[in-house]
Design a protein around this ligand. Structure first.
Ligand code: NOJ
Length: 593
């Protein structure tokens, strides 16, 4: 382990003040007309992102990959996927982004590799191969009467079926928490860790600005590999089994990774950690923990799931209650404050589109609702992440046939539940996919109203996944031409956070209001912390309903009585009607005492 001292992440930091935009390269912009987004496409769109005002891009994986899981199955950490271009294209993107004042975070997928990675090819070749223990190989628990080997335990893969795959040649099982083409690395092996750390340093030395760490809380498997009490193979999990998360070595290894790589650089790190509580978050992203700067938690992504549902995991839908969403987000806000930093997101490449999910995507309310959701989130404490197309109010998609879907998770769900077991009708299986499928987020970005939404210019080429048919109305060209568009609402949020309201929006204390209210999300951000002006606060009021409501807030009334100045600084309506809240109205007052 290195001797360097643990960095402290307390106090003011550039990454706390940043606004991140996530690019899913396959679906962002296709510069060479082959129907697949690429690096040159991203470079060409940097002025658009600069206009939005963001200053960091999180790039979903661009490394060489056979693409079973769209790049989350890496076969070469040091090469760019052919579909996306070359290393020269990457260097050009990095340099041009830096010239635009935009930093780039890479996606570090280190829990597993592709089964085509040379390490795994070697590992699989024989039990004696020096790379054998780069992965997790186990003997069968026994054999069925017909000779079928029984997996070492009952762990389920996130994408359905057993997490163990039998290798006939060497007569052992290997572990894959995700697809079977994504074998889990064996972090217990110090050579694996060394190789990973040196790869991370290689990218840092190239000048990248940090990492999002994929599935990082499952790198340490629980001792003894115990059975998972929650496994039910009749269901289709699509979430990480709880028993696998947060193994005993995860924090020592994170500290080691930090000390051996990014802790030595002024970069940004965010860990993808499902099954994580605010208490755990202090271990991961505590200011003095010497691990990561922030994590993504998933608690709010579960509010519209029925844990008792018959489909399993995310697939069993239940309408969400606003009080529950608030309870979760408020707890993360208040419990982290002063201890650890958080991230703010509604969307990513694994989640349905937020305006369709927690908002209202009908033609009448989509614009208001998308803006209202944005305001609700961006005034909280934490680093905000905007997922491509969110700033246009892009919606979920409904393809008629399963053949139009590309995500193996949805395809497998349909296969298992409808085709093989016949537990679900075609309609019910499709309904679940419409609501929760990952392809909702992965249809091509809508740039304009031309063919393929301007995503791809290939004449006779179809995009790798069909475009959402509503692109003629919802697209960047139209948004840029309309001063009342969702785009400009996001632009204002970013500009307030990075400019005029920076202190309060980034560092102000969070105070929840009216936690039981099922229609309105209200909270305050109060100055005082981190040297912010204690005489200032923000009051955020956000109507999640289609109804006109009447709400009075003490903070406002008291401020007015005390003669403080109350100024409307942000809203999704053109005027203010005081206590009357119109459908999906979101507004923010600055109170100066
Ligand atoms: C989380 C990623 O966000 C998801 O897209 C991927 O399928 C899994 N990790 C496996 O890498």
């Amino acid at each position: 382990m290195s001797e360097i001292s643990t960095p402290s992440y307390a106090g003011k930091q550039w990454w706390k003040e940043a606004v991140v935009y996530q690019v899913y390269p396959r679906s962002f912009a296709d510069a060479n007309g082959d129907g697949i987004g690429d690096l040159k496409g991203i470079t060409a769109k940097l002025p658009y992102l600069q206009k939005l005002g963001i200053n960091v891009i999180w790039l979903s994986p661009v490394f060489d990959s056979p693409n079973v899981d769209n790049g989350y199955d890496i076969s070469d950490y040091f090469a760019i996927m052919g579909d996306f271009g070359t290393m020269e294209d990457f260097d050009e993107l990095l340099e041009t982004a830096h010239n635009h004042g935009i930093k780039i975070l890479m996606d570090l997928v280190a829990n597993h590799t592709s089964d085509q990675h040379p390490w795994f090819v070697q590992s699989k070749s024989s039990r004696e191969n020096p790379y054998r223990d780069y992965y997790i190989w186990k003997d069968p628990k026994g054999f069925e009467e017909d000779g079928t080997p029984i997996p070492p335990n009952n762990w389920a893969s996130e994408f359905g079926g057993s997490a163990w795959e039998w290798d006939e040649n060497t007569q052992q099982f290997y572990l894959h928490i995700f697809f079977k083409e994504q074998p889990d690395l064996n972090w217990e092996n110090p050579r694996v860790r060394e190789d990973l750390y040196s790869m991370v340093r290689w990218w840092l030395d190239k000048g990248v600005d940090g990492f999002r760490l994929d599935a990082i809380n499952i790198i340490s498997k629980p001792e003894g590999y115990p059975d998972d009490p929650d496994t039910d193979f009749e269901k289709h999990t699509s979430s990480i089994p709880f028993v696998i998360a947060h193994g005993t070595m995860v924090h020592p290894w994170m500290k080691e990774l930090n000390a051996q790589s990014f802790g030595r650089y002024d970069v940004m790190t965010v860990g993808e950690t499902s099954q994580t509580s605010p208490e755990d978050a202090k271990l991961w992203a505590g200011y003095d923990a010497g691990e990561l700067q922030m994590i993504f938690h998933f608690d709010h992504m579960g509010v519209d799931t029925d844990p008792e549902g018959s489909l399993g995991g995310k697939w069993s839908y239940a309408p969400y209650k606003l009080s529950e969403l608030k309870r979760i987000l408020n707890a993360w806000q208040t419990e982290l404050e002063g201890n650890a930093w958080g991230s703010l997101y509604w969307n990513n490449h694994d989640q349905p589109r937020v305006v369709s999910r927690f908002g209202n995507d009908s033609p009448q309310w989509r614009v208001k609702s998308a803006k209202q959701l944005a305001t609700t989130l961006h005034f909280m404490q934490g680093t905000p992440y905007i997922y491509q197309g969110e700033e246009l109010g892009m919606t979920n998609v409904r393809f008629e046939s399963i053949d139009e879907y590309r995500d193996g998770d949805s395809i497998r769900f349909y296969q298992d539940m409808h085709v093989e077991r016949g537990n679900l009708s075609h309609e019910d299986a499709m309904r679940a996919i419409y609501i929760k499928g990952r392809d909702n987020a992965r249809t091509p970005m809508h740039w304009d109203a031309s063919a393929h939404a301007g995503f791809s210019f290939g004449k006779d080429v179809q995009p790798w996944i069909s475009v959402n048919p509503n692109f003629a109305e919802i697209n960047a060209d139209a948004a840029l031409a309309d001063e009342n568009s969702i785009f400009y609402h996001y632009q204002q949020l970013v500009s307030l956070r990075r400019g005029e309201l920076k202190d309060l929006m980034v560092y102000g204390s969070f105070k929840p209001l009216d936690v039981e209210d099922e229609q309105v999300y209200a909270y305050e951000r109060v100055g005082g912390a981190e040297g912010t002006d204690a005489s200032q606060s923000l009051l955020v009021i956000s109507n999640f309903s289609e109804q006109e409501l009447e709400r009075h807030y003490e903070a406002l009334e008291q401020a007015r009585e005390a003669g403080a100045s109350v100024e409307l600084v942000h809203s999704n309506y053109a005027d203010d009607q005081g206590a009357t809240l119109r459908p999906y109205e979101a507004k923010v007052y600055r109170i100066s005492r």
